[in-house]
Design a binder for this molecule. Structure first.
Ligand code: MCA
Length: 515
C-alpha cells in the first residue's frame, strides 16, 4: 500500500478528527475531511493550469497549510514535489529550479522581486504563483467549492496509483564536489520507511505530535508530518522553534510525541524553569539529524525524566536505525536497524565486510534507499557499491548485539543545528571574493549548534577585507545556516603530505576549546 492509499483511508476513517493545527498566528486548523477537500481543490486548481503527471512543483513557502496542501496535491496527482528552504538566496533557487526543470513554482509574495531577476532564464518554469500565507484572503481562502467545482468529493474520486519506483519528492543535498544533487525519494521509499517507523515507534491514531521542525527536509516532512498522517494522528505545529513556547505547547496540549534535533533538546533542558514542565505524558521523544551529545542525553533524563530515543537517517535513505521504544536506549548509539533495513560495516580500503566492533564505513540496503540523484547517473552509481550497498560516508561500528554507533565521517561535512553544511560549497563562495586568495572551512565544536561553521581565510597581498565584510558577502550568496559564524585570517594554510590543506591541523589550531 502506498502512502497515498493510507492517507485516503485516513481521510475516510477520521473525517471529523483534527489533522493539523498551526498554533502560531495565523492560527489554522483542519480536520481530516477538511484537509482532503483543500487538497482536492488544489488538485483541481493545478489541473486547470495544465498540470501533467511527472511535473515538478517547487514550493518555497513558510511552514503553512498552503505548503502542506500544495505538496500533498502534487504527489496525489502523480507529480514531483520540490520543497525548498525559504531562506535560500536567489542563486541557489535558480539552480534548483533549473536543474529540476520545475514547471510550477509557489513562492512567497515578499520574494516576488527577487525571483523576477532570474525567472526569464528558466524555460521550463511556466507558472509562478506568489502567495502570502499570512494574508486572510490567501490562496486557500480563494479555493472555494464554487471556484473549484470539479473537486467535489465523489465516492470514486481517484488519485495517482504509483509504482514503487515513481519519484514523489526531490530534496536537494549539497555534496563535497560540484553542485547540489536532487535526491529522488520514491513512493516505495516512503511507504517502506513509514511502515517501519510506524511499528518501531508504536504510532497510534490517538497520538498528538508537537511539530517544531522545518518541513522542507526529510525529518520534519516525512518522519514527523507524514508519520502523523500515516497514523491518522494529529500534528500541532509551531512555525519557528522557541523553547518556552515548545514546553508550554507540549504540556497544554498533552502531546504524546515530540521529534527534534540535539540543538533543540539542549535548548529545552537549558531553560531556567525547565523542571517546572511535566512531560510525563509524552510516550515518544526522538532525536536525530545530528549526533546526540552524551550530556544532552543524560541532561534530558535528569530534567524531564525521559530517555531520548536517538535514531539515524539521511536524505537519501530516510530512517535507517533507531533505539527501541521498549528496550535499552543506549547512550552514544543510534540503535538497531529498522525492519527491512540492512546495515553493514565495510573496510574503507578493501570494501570488505567487517566484524562487530571494527570501525568502517556504514553501508545500507533496503526499500528505504533512494533510487538516485535527479539527472546524475554517474553520481548516483558512485553512491552505491557494485553489490548495491549505499555508501553513507559515515564511519561507525556494530556491537555484538546489533547496535550501531557512529564515530565520524569520511566526507567533509559539518552538521550545524541539524543542518548539513558542505565546506567546499562555502569555500567556493569565499574564494569568489576579490580579496580572498584561498579559504578553508571547518566545523568547530559548539555547545549550541553542535558544530560551528568556521572559515580560515588567506587574503591576497595588500587586501584588508574584514570578517564582517566576508560574512556579509557569504550571506548574500548562501543560506544563513551555511554562512560562517567565525572567520579567522592567516598568512598561509597548513598542507599535509598529499599537498592538500590539512583541515585536521586547522581544527587543532583554530577551534579554540569552548569554556
Ligand atoms: C538558524 N541559524 C543557524 C541554524 N539555524 N545557523 C547555523 N545552523 C543552523 N542550523 C541561524 C539563523 O540564520 C540566524 O542567523 C540565527 O541562527 C538565529 O536564527 P533562528 O531562526 O532564530 O534560528 P533558530 O530558530 O534558533 O534555529 C535553530 C534550529 C533550526 C531550531 C535548531 O536550525 C532547526 O530547526 N534545525 C533543524 C533542522 C532540521 O530539521 N534538519 C533536518 C535535516 P542570523 O542571526 O545571522 O540571521 S537532516 C534530515 O532530515 C535527516 C534525514 C535526518 O536524519 O533527520
Amino acid at each position: 500500500m502506498s502512502f497515498l492509499d493510507t492517507l485516503a483511508e485516513n481521510f475516510r476513517a477520521y473525517p471529523d478528527k483534527l489533522a493539523l493545527e498551526l498554533l502560531d498566528s495565523p492560527r489554522q486548523r483542519v480536520t481530516y475531511s477538511e484537509l482532503e477537500s483543500l487538497v482536492r481543490r488544489s488538485e483541481y486548481y493545478l489541473r486547470t493550469l495544465g498540470f501533467q503527471q511527472g511535473d515538478r512543483v517547487a514550493l518555497q513557502l513558510t511552514k503553512s497549510l498552503e505548503f502542506i496542501v500544495l505538496h500533498l496535491a502534487t504527489v496525489r496527482l502523480g507529480g514531483i514535489s520540490l520543497p525548498l528552504n525559504p531562506a535560500y538566496p536567489p542563486d541557489e533557487i535558480e539552480y534548483f529550479l533549473s536543474d529540476s526543470g520545475a514547471r510550477f513554482l509557489f513562492a512567497l509574495e515578499l520574494n516576488r522581486i527577487k525571483f523576477q531577476s532570474f525567472i526569464h532564464r528558466l524555460p521550463s518554469l511556466e507558472h509562478c504563483i506568489f502567495l502570502d500565507p499570512d494574508d486572510p484572503k490567501n490562496f486557500l481562502a480563494m479555493l472555494t467549492p464554487e471556484s473549484t467545482p470539479g473537486s467535489a468529493i465523489t465516492k470514486n474520486a481517484g488519485y495517482f496509483q504509483p509504482n514503487q519506483d515513481d519519484t514523489a519528492v526531490i530534496i536537494y543535498t549539497s555534496g563535497t564536489t560540484g553542485q547540489p544533487k536532487g535526491a529522488q525519494i520514491t513512493h516505495g521509499n516512503l511507504a517502506s520507511n513509514l511502515q517501519a517507523l510506524h511499528s518501531a515507534w508504536g504510532w497510534q491514531p490517538e497520538d498528538v505530535l508537537l511539530h517544531v521542525l522545518p518541513i522542507f527536509h526529510v525529518h520534519g516532512l516525512f518522519v514527523a508530518l507524514y508519520g502523523v498522517l500515516y497514523a491518522g494522528a494529529t500534528a500541532l505545529m509551531l512555525r519557528d522553534f522557541d523553547p518556552k513556547k515548545t514546553l508550554q505547547a507540549l504540556v497544554e496540549n498533552r502531546c504524546s510525541v515530540f521529534m527534534a534535533v540535539p540543538t533543540i533538546h539542549r535548548r529545552l533542558i537549558n531553560m531556567p524553569d525547565a523542571n517546572n514542565f511535566d512531560l510525563s505524558h509524552l510516550r515518544l521523544i526522538t532525536s536525530g539529524s545530528d549526533r546526540l551529545p552524551d550530556e544532552v542525553f543524560t541532561g534530558f533524563q535528569k530534567t524531564f525524566g525521559y530517555t531520548l530515543i536517538e535514531r539515524y537517517g539521511m536524505t537519501e535513505t530516510g530512517m535507517n536505525t533507531t533505539n527501541p521504544l521498549h528496550g535499552e536506549r543506549r547512550l552514544g548509539s543510534v540503535g538497531k536497524p529498522l525492519p527491512g533495513v540492512e546495515v553493514r560495516i565495510a573496510d574503507t580500503t578493501t570494501g570488505g565486510q567487517l566484524i562487530a566492533g571494527s570501525v568502517g564505513e556504514v553501508q545500507l540496503r533496503g526499500a528505504n534507499i533512494f533510487k538516485g540523484y535527479w539527472n546524475q547517473p554517474q553520481k548516483s552509481s558512485q553512491a552505491f557499491t557494485p553489490e548495491g550497498w549505499f555508501r553513507t560516508g559515515d564511519l561507525g561500528f556494530l556491537s555484538e548485539d546489533g547496535y550501531l554507533t557512529l564515530v565520524g565521517r569520511e566526507k567533509d561535512l559539518i552538521i550545524s543545528g541539524g543542518m548539513n553544511v558542505y565546506p567546499p560549497e562555502v569555500e567556493r563562495v569565499l574564494n569568489e571574493h576579490p580579496d580572498v586568495a584561498v579559504s578553508a572551512v571547518i566545523g568547530c565544536e559548539d555547545k549550541d549548534w553542535g558544530e560551528r561553521v568556521t572559515a580560515i581565510v588567506v587574503l591576497k597581498p595588500g587586501q584588508h577585507s574584514t570578517s564582517e565584510e566576508l560574512i556579509r558577502f557569504c550571506r548574500s550568496r548562501l543560506a544563513p545556516y551555511k554562512t560562517p559564524k567565525v572567520i579567522r585570517f592567516r598568512d598561509s594554510l597548513p598542507m599535509n603530505a598529499m599537498g592538500k590543506i590539512s583541515k585536521q591541523e586547522l581544527r587543532n589550531q583554530d577551534c579554540a576549546p569552548e569554556k
